[in-house]
Design a protein around this ligand. Structure first.
Ligand SMILES: Cc1cc2nc3c(=O)[nH]c(=O)nc-3n(C[C@H](O)[C@H](O)[C@H](O)COP(=O)(O)OP(=O)(O)OC[C@H]3O[C@@H](n4cnc5c(N)ncnc54)[C@H](O)[C@@H]3O)c2cc1C
Length: 411
């Protein structure tokens, strides 16, 4: 098969960069667009966790009993800005309807189909660079309560054939001696991996793309017009024609998709990180069940990341949420931590109300594709998403059923 399409990939986050690399590897002439430098959006400061065990959509009926407690806790894992709630009532209603057990089951099997293929897809994309860029030490989910919630959680994962072990607090401390005695139980996911620098990972993938002859244009794509001969992209007063277009614009996807006739109920789900310059005592990411955040050992220290905040895209970041992570970490770890927070960062997760990404072709256009809305799992699912789209473009068989990820579910 001759792969010589002229393809535009719009948006250079982790999804767009892996997409561009994947397509360039297959011989296509790829131009990657971004309004900023590559990976300056949500992909810059995430927790670096290839969270392949997270196969349960956030629209989980068990969440309902936990939400009120989370909302009253000022440093808790969830905050909803009142204006965001009012503005996005249809989104929240849709989110609630997704909690029906049928939707939850379908969503789980769809996420599982991506997650179980996520790391092999990175291996195929990165080849012998995989082990230098990705650490395969597994991860821990730690609990501070009695055995029942850890065991329930264990059963839930085991039922999905996720490779998981239930550990006592002491067994967890044997693996990670710096965990404090507050931790009573833990789940160990041995097949999970992490990046010690998600931004550097994006930059490395981007450089590989450029080395393959890929082109990068730093300009915002304002308009996409379909013509007889392909698509005209308007960016920075220039017009260029492409055979095919892939939209990977993360949380900003609503505008371009809407202009093409695909309304998208995308919401900005903000999360924060607090980067501490300490010598790492953890060997793997440790997530807290009760506190809703994760501690990942990184090349430059320990990254505390997470929390969910529904707020307007342009509203001021609320960095007290990032600072609060230091307080949580000081309870879970017995290693000395800095007294004050260091580098703080906010990112907007691109979240759709069913917590599934959109991956696939545009139903009413030829040669137009989407890979967006990867919510909490964009780093995890980037390589497999790009493989799915590249296979569609190359007419290659792929055993992932893309029906649950179709944008048609919102039209
Ligand atoms: C605190 C936090 C922790 C997280 N931890 C993890 C984790 O451990 N594991 C995991 O898998 N995921 C994690 N995530 C989620 C993950 O970071 C996101 O799902 C992922 O970064 C989304 O990637 P993206 O490429 O879709 O979006 P982005 O990285 O936001 O990239 C989109 C790009 O499109 C560009 N763009 C937008 N509109 C246009 C336009 N019109 N023209 C040109 N360019 C445009 C933007 O400038 C941007 O660079 C975390 C997120 C947060 C906030």
């Amino acid at each position: 098969m001759e792969n010589n399409n002229k393809i535009a990939v719009i948006g250079a986050g982790i999804i767009g960069i892996t997409m561009a690399l994947q397509l360039a590897r297959r011989g296509h002439a790829v131009t990657l667009f971004d309004k900023s430098r590559p990976a300056e959006g949500c992909s810059k400061g995430n927790a670096g966790h290839f969270a392949t065990e997270q196969v349960f959509p956030m629209a989980d009926p068990t969440l309902l009993t936990k939400v009120p407690g989370m909302l009253v806790d000022p440093v808790g894992p969830l905050r909803i800005e009142p204006t965001s709630l009012l503005k996005n009532i249809p989104w929240f209603v849709r989110f609630l309807t997704q909690m029906k057990s049928r939707c939850f089951r379908t969503g789980t099997s769809a996420l599982r189909s991506l997650n179980e293929r996520a790391l092999p897809a990175y291996q195929r994309l990165l080849g012998d660079k995989y082990h230098t860029l990705i650490s395969s030490n597994g991860s821990l989910l730690v609990f501070e309560g009695d055995e029942s919630s850890a065991r329930q959680s264990y059963n839930k994962y085991a039922k999905q054939d996720i490779s998981v072990s239930l550990l006592t607090g002491d067994q967890a401390r044997e693996m990670e001696p710096s965990l404090s005695s507050t931790i009573t139980w833990a789940l160990y996911f041995d097949k999970v991996a992490h990046s010690t620098d998600p931004y550097a990972l994006c930059v490395t993938l981007f450089e590989l793309f450029i080395q393959l002859g890929g082109e990068f244009k730093q300009s915002a794509v304002e308009k996409i017009t379909q013509t007889e001969h392909g698509y005209i992209l308007n960016a920075a007063e220039h017009q260029t024609t492409f055979d095919k277009v892939v939209i990977t614009t993360g949380v900003a996807s609503k505008t371009l998709c809407g202009s093409l006739g695909y309304p998208l109920p995308m919401i900005a789900e903000r999360g924060y990180h607090n980067m501490l310059t300490v010598n790492n005592t953890l060997a793997r990411p440790v997530a807290s069940n009760e506190r809703g955040f994760i501690m990942t050992p990184m090349a430059t220290g320990l990254r505390l990341a997470g929390t969910v905040e529904f707020a307007a895209l342009d509203s001021k970041p609320n960095y007290s949420r990032a600072r609060a992570l230091l307080h949580h970490a000081s309870i879970l770890l017995r290693q000395p931590l800095p007294q004050h927070s260091e580098t703080l960062w906010v990112g907007c997760r691109p979240s759709l109300p069913d917590y599934l990404p959109v991956i696939g072709p545009a139903p009413n256009h030829h040669n137009l594709y989407f890979a967006l809305g990867h919510q909490h799992l964009g780093l995890t699912q980037a390589a497999i998403s790009s493989e799915c789209i590249a296979d569609l473009i190359d007419n290659k068989p792929n055993d992932i059923d893309l029906t649950p990820f179709s944008i048609a579910r919102f039209n």
